[in-house]
Design a protein around this ligand. Structure first.
Ligand SMILES: NC(=O)c1ccc[n+]([C@@H]2O[C@H](COP(=O)([O-])OP(=O)(O)OC[C@H]3O[C@@H](n4cnc5c(N)ncnc54)[C@H](OP(=O)(O)O)[C@@H]3O)[C@@H](O)[C@H]2O)c1
Length: 294
């Protein structure tokens, strides 16, 4: 089975680089240099040339706030390029494993979102990711779309790394306490994707839409407090005070869902992987970052 990962330099891409080759050593990894998704006209030819049977798309335009200004670019990467990849898969009967987001929801639910819940993105990023999901469904290709949330890892840009940096610089931090979601360790998401590959290879996979995220719904403030509790234990410098503030006290260009908890039970039932242990994920990340700074 020839597997191609697109977006190998992102949080998920780099986590897949760690976990996938253990079971699938011949996997091919493409970064932006190997395939620039804004070059829509070149995508099909490059894929046909390589002829992968399974494509894992770990790439995306992920700058949630910037997307409000860069709408065209967000749509080009998250909708048009995804549609192009899906159309290759449909034409040659390849499988597309794609990742989407909790930001397709408006955050007004009162129970964790299941896959059949109505979508209603609040910002350009969420709308562009939903358009990508719809392009995949419209292509008719065999696919898995895995929605995840609040991804963190030792790599790239993420909330955990921002908190550690700010915590090392300031005595007091203020963090939003009225947005709730499921922090997801990218390493667990990568392992979850690996777990889908056996049924994918056998061709008897239950195709379609899944949620896979952290095993608890918490606020950004609770997420930050857990990071600092563990970081202090491991000798990182942490702030004295972490204030809980409201979204209105920290306005951002893109509106975010207030409550976007995802229910991962369908994924766990089908593929046998538990949802991401966010506390253990924080520990793993801190260990990796501590080693990097030694
Ligand atoms: N991060 C989150 O909190 C979060 C939450 C929910 C869902 N998700 C979804 O989870 C998936 C993985 O996210 P992530 O956190 O790993 O994202 P990430 O760290 O931002 O990585 C995205 C990757 O996409 C690549 N990329 C962006 N534009 C490209 C282009 N025009 N051509 C080629 N490659 C391009 C980037 O390349 P460069 O490295 O060269 O910039 C980067 O390697 C995405 O589908 C995302 O929408 C993420």
């Amino acid at each position: 089975m020839k597997i191609l990962v697109i977006g190998s330099n992102g949080q998920l891409g780099r986590s897949l680089l760690t976990s996938l080759p253990r079971s699938y050593p011949t996997t091919i990894f493409w970064d932006r240099q190997a395939l620039d998704l804004t070059q829509l006209g070149s995508i099909r030819a490059k894929l046909e040339n390589l002829a992968p049977q399974v494509i894992i798309n770990a790439s995306a335009y992920t700058a949630v706030d910037q997307a409000e200004q860069e709408t065209e670019l967000a749509l080009a990467v998250n909708r048009d390029a995804v549609g192009e990849i899906a159309s290759y898969c449909a034409a040659v009967d390849a499988v597309l494993i794609h990742v989407s987001t909790d930001y397709v929801f408006d955050g007004t639910a009162n129970a964790p979102y299941v896959e059949t819940a109505d979508t209603n993105p609040q910002g350009v990023y969420g709308a562009s990711k939903l358009a990508g999901e719809q392009a995949i469904a419209a292509s008719g290709c065999r696919h898995l779309i895995i929605r995840t949330a609040w991804v963190f890892s030792p790599y790239g840009q993420n909330f955990l790394k921002t908190m550690l940096r700010l915590g090392g610089e300031r005595d007091t931090l203020s963090v939003v306490a009225d947005q709730i979601g499921n922090p997801t360790f990218a390493g667990d998401l990568a392992e979850a994707i690996v777990a889908t590959l056996k049924p994918v290879a056998k061709g008897n996979c239950a195709w379609g839409l899944y949620h896979y995220a952290g095993d608890a719904s918490v606020s950004w403030h609770e997420f930050a407090c857990e990071i600092f509790a563990q970081a202090q234990h491991m000798g990182f410098s942490v702030p004295d005070t972490v204030n809980a503030i409201s979204t209105s006290e920290y306005p951002t260009p893109a509106p975010r869902p207030a409550w976007s908890a995802l229910d991962s039970s369908k994924f766990t039932g089908v593929f046998g992987r538990p949802s991401s242990d966010w506390r253990a994920g924080i520990a793993t990340c801190l260990q990796a970052l501590g080693q990097l700074s030694e």
